[in-house]
Design a binder for this molecule. Structure first.
Ligand code: NAD
Length: 259
């Protein structure tokens, strides 16, 4: 499809819930480039839907993983080690906050809501990288990618606690990139513009935000799932071998505008 060949490469993609998931757009493009994939799904409720999608990929394996559960994380990587023996890339495309915390006053955020949002959306990257690293070292290195949003740096009303979680996530990207760089394991994030997905639907005022994005962005439009996936393909491939610790905006240029 594109001129990047991932034949013989193996990867794991966390975060497919349905065909609108950013993780699904990424999985399709990576599989299309020849990579052999494991897709994880959050729980039994999502298994049927994700397995229908996985059937359309060439030879993808499915494993359950709720990232709030350390045992499930360990068991997924045992499964990956059994199936693949080694790993070239990992995509973390996971976020969660209670709907009550995605609207209203930020100062209303409760202790438990804060804990859950930060645990699922930010902390989870750390154990995934820790488990993936030994499998990547067997290949002489690897590439790890997570998904963020510009609310890490600027205030987007309604995004609330998820902005705090994305700030933590982006800081983790830098610290993990520094720690794992000597093992040739790269860690980067894509900061995507608004895309209509299940997670986005939970954010109050999301459609207005998307409209403003299209009006103000230098490219005068919103981005597509495919544009995020193309950047993911680049980051998972050797073409990005010199890139680590970076947050790459795929937002039609919105981030450069002041007004
Ligand atoms: P999505 O709802 O399709 O994906 C979110 C995923 O997180 C789902 O697959 C869900 O199952 C998973 N998840 C939630 N809790 C989990 C848990 N405990 N264990 C395992 N998985 C869990 O929505 P999306 O928009 O594709 O979100 C993917 C990533 O992209 C998120 O990090 C999101 O913040 C980020 N992002 C989205 C947008 C956007 O506008 N949609 C913009 C920038 C960044």
């Amino acid at each position: 499809m594109y001129q990047i060949d991932l034949s013989g490469k193996k990867g794991i993609v966390f975060g497919v819930a349905n065909d609108r998931s950013i993780a699904w757009a990424i999985a399709q493009i990576l599989s299309g480039a020849g990579a052999h994939l494991v897709l994880t799904y959050q729980n039994e409720r999502l298994r049927g839907r994700v397995s229908k999608l996985a059937e359309s990929l060439d030879n993808a394996l499915m494993l359950e993983c709720d990232v709030s559960d350390d045992e499930q994380i360990a068991s997924v990587f045992q499964g990956v080690a059994r199936e693949f023996d080694n790993l070239d890339f990992l995509v973390h495309s996971i976020a969660y906050a209670s709907r009550d915390d995605l609207g209203g006053d930020f100062s209303s955020t409760g202790r438990e809501g804060f804990r859950i949002a930060l645990d699922i959306s930010a902390y989870s990257l750390i154990p995934l990288v820790r488990e993936a690293a030994p499998l990547m070292e067997k290949k002489g290195g690897g590439s790890i990618l997570t998904m963020t949003f510009q609310a890490s740096e600027r205030v987007f009303p309604g995004y609330n606690i998820m902005g705090t979680a994305k700030a933590a996530l982006e800081n983790e990207v830098k610290q993990l990139a520094a720690e794992y760089g000597a093992r040739n394991i790269r860690v980067n994030a894509i900061s995507a513009g608004p895309l209509e997905t299940l997670a986005a639907r939970g954010i109050h005022g999301f459609l207005d935000m998307k409209k403003v994005h299209a009006e103000k962005a230098p490219l005068k439009r919103n981005i597509t799932h495919e544009e995020v996936a193309k950047t993911a393909l680049f980051l998972c491939s050797d073409l990005s071998s010199g890139v680590t610790g970076s947050v790459i905006p795929v937002d039609a240029g919105y981030h450069i505008m002041a007004v």
